[in-house]
Ligand binder design. Structure first.
Ligand code: LMR
Length: 332
C-alpha cells in the first residue's frame, strides 16, 4: 500500500515537472524604466532582453516598458517591492525614498573626474557593498549601468555661478541634488522625469540638469534656449530586481540571467559615453539650444561653490562612505 502511494506520488511529481519543462509558460520579467528606448539605459534594457531570452532558451520572457509607460519614478520602486514588476534600473539619485540614502553619494558634485574614476567605485568593493544595502528592502542589487555626466540647462546663458541665482531647477529626488542647487542660489524642484518636459515648456520650472542623452531624447532642448557643459555630476543606474522573485528562480534560469546581465552591463558601459557625445552634437545641430562650454576659471568657480556640499551631506550619506569613494577613485 505504502509502496503504491509512493509510486503514485513520484509519478505525479514527474508528470508535473515534465509539464513545467515542456509546457509551462515562460517566466515573465517586466522591466520598467523612465527614459527613451534610444538612450544608454533604453538600449541596454533591450540588449538584456535579447540575451536573457537567448541564454535561458526561452524559459524567460522579458517585457521592456520604456518612457514611464507603466510607472513613474516613485511608483516604479513601489511596484518592484510589491512584485508588480520584476526589474528596474532607477537612477542612483532615486533610492532615498526607499530608505537607502547612501546611493546619493553618486550625486555629489565633482566627485568623479570621469568614467574611469567612477568605475573604480561601481566595479569595486564600494559598489558591491552599496548594492548589498538594498537586500533588507526586498530588493536585489544586480549591476551598475552608466549614463553620463550632467549638463545644466535654462533659458538664459549659464556661465558664472551668479547666473543660477533664483532659477527654479527640476531635480531628481535626491537631497544631495537639492543641496547642490541651493549652493548655487537656485531653487530646486523635485519632480518625476516624465513630467519634466512639460514643466520646462510651461515655465513651471526654468531649467534642469541631465546628461545630454536624456535632454535630447526627451526633446528638452526644444524648450531650453541654453545649456552649459558643466559635467558637474554623474547620473547612472542600479539594475535591481524584486528579491523574492530573483531568489525564487530555478538555479539554471538565474545563471542564464546573470550571464545576460554581465554582457548587457558591459554593453551599457561601453556605449554610454559615445551616446552622450552624439546627443550633445545633436543638440548643437538642432540650433534650438545654444551650448556653452565654460572656461577653466568658470569651472573653478563652480567647483568652489559646489564642493562644500560634500561636507554638508556627510552626515546624511556617511563620511566614511564618502571617504572610501574618494580613496577608491584615487587608487592607481
Ligand atoms: C531623471 O529623472 O532625470 C533621470 O533619473 C532619468 C533616468 O532614468 O535617466
Amino acid at each position: 500500500m505504502k509502496k503504491t502511494l509512493l509510486t503514485l506520488t513520484t509519478a505525479v511529481m514527474l508528470g508535473l515537472s515534465s509539464l513545467y519543462a515542456y509546457a509551462a509558460d515562460p517566466i515573465v520579467i517586466k522591466f520598467s524604466h523612465v527614459v527613451a528606448p534610444d538612450t544608454p539605459k533604453g538600449k541596454a534594457a533591450e540588449k538584456f532582453k535579447a540575451l536573457a531570452e537567448e541564454k535561458t532558451k526561452g524559459a524567460v520572457k522579458v517585457e521592456v516598458y520604456p518612457n514611464s509607460t507603466l510607472y513613474k519614478d516613485k511608483e516604479e520602486m513601489e511596484a518592484l517591492q510589491m512584485g508588480a514588476v520584476q526589474m528596474l534600473a532607477p537612477s542612483l539619485a532615486k533610492f532615498g525614498p526607499l530608505g537607502v540614502k547612501e546611493f546619493e553619494a553618486f550625486d555629489l558634485p565633482y566627485i568623479f573626474d570621469g568614467y574611469d574614476a567612477l568605475h573604480k567605485v561601481t566595479q569595486g568593493e564600494v559598489g558591491k557593498s552599496l548594492l548589498a544595502k538594498l537586500e533588507p528592502k526586498g530588493v536585489k542589487g544586480l549591476a551598475y549601468w552608466d549614463n553620463g555626466f550632467k549638463i545644466m540647462s535654462a533659458n538664459k546663458p549659464l556661465k558664472t555661478t551668479d547666473d543660477y541665482k533664483g532659477l527654479k531647477m527640476r531635480i531628481q529626488s535626491s537631497k544631495v541634488l537639492e543641496a547642490e542647487m541651493r549652493a548655487l542660489g537656485a531653487n530646486p524642484q523635485v519632480m518625476p522625469f516624465s513630467e519634466t518636459y512639460q514643466a520646462l515648456q510651461t515655465g513651471v520650472v526654468d531649467g534642469t540638469e541631465n546628461p545630454p542623452s536624456n535632454l535630447y531624447t526627451q526633446k528638452m532642448h526644444e524648450v531650453q534656449k541654453n545649456a552649459s557643459v558643466t559635467n558637474h555630476g554623474y547620473l547612472g543606474y542600479a539594475v535591481i530586481a524584486n528579491k523574492a522573485f530573483w531568489d525564487g528562480l530555478p538555479a539554471e534560469t538565474r545563471t542564464g540571467l546573470e550571464e545576460a546581465l554581465k554582457e548587457s552591463t558591459d554593453f551599457a558601459n561601453q556605449i554610454a559615453k559615445e551616446e552622450n557625445d552624439k546627443a550633445l552634437e545633436a543638440v548643437k545641430a538642432s540650433g534650438k539650444t545654444e551650448v556653452y562650454v565654460p572656461t577653466e576659471d568658470e569651472i573653478k568657480a563652480l567647483k568652489a561653490a559646489l564642493l562644500p556640499v560634500h561636507d554638508e551631506m556627510a552626515e546624511r550619506i556617511g563620511k566614511d562612505l564618502i571617504d572610501s569613494i574618494k580613496k577608491a577613485t584615487e587608487a592607481k
